[in-house]
Each structure stands twice: as structure tokens, then as C-alpha cells.
Ligand binder design. Sequence first.
Ligand code: MN
Length: 130
Amino acid sequence: MGVQSLMVPRILYIEDNFENRMLVKRVLMAEGFEVIEAENAEIGIDLALEYLPDLILMDISMPHVDGLMATRHLRSLPELNHIPIIAVTANVMKGDREETLQAGCDGYIPKPIDIDRFPEQVMEYLRNGR
Ligand code: MN
């Protein structure tokens, strides 16, 4: 991660729900993050390759290509292999966390997000890297 990206972290958020995208974008932009959003996995994968974000936030429950499939695909692309992928999901049943990690996610933030803690949670994952 370069100095510039540490100063202005570039986050890609892949999420099919409009309200969730608006909330996360508002909360992270208020802290000075750059936020790129994708409404489905296909667009998200294209934008990841185009913008090489510092971190990807991944919804798991999405139509067509879900977040697990999208993560597996992203993890198959060597040029994106250094980018942390963090699941943001309401799937909190036993085993869901392990499933996201097995797919290639580096961490997990449960929904609903805590807007007071969310930017720091994301920063922590940025600091930790992969
Ligand atoms: Mn969803």
C-alpha cells in the first residue's frame, strides 16, 4: 500500500441494497475515504480490476452471483490478490463466518453496521492487510 492510499483509502463496496450502499458511502466519506460502489458482483469485479482499491467490502447475499462466488473469483485473479476482502453481512448463523473465510475473505463485519465503529473497523482491516 502506497503513502497516497494510506492517506486516502480507496474502498470498493459491492452490495445490491441501495440503502446499505448509501449508508456505508456516507459514513466512510465523512471520514475521508474514497468510496466506489457496485450494485452487483459482475460490476464489482470489473471495478476492482479498473480501480485496484485498497480494500473491498463484500455483501454476501446478492442475486445471481453472491458474495462468496464473487470472492472466489476475485481470489483467482493474481493482480487483485493483495487486496483485503471483508464480508459485510447479516448472515450470522453458525458457520457463516467460516464460510466467508474459506471463500477468501480476510474478515467479517456483521450487519447492521455500527456507524460509530464502522470506519475504525475498516481502518483496522486496512492496517492489517492480507
Ligand atoms: Mn444483499
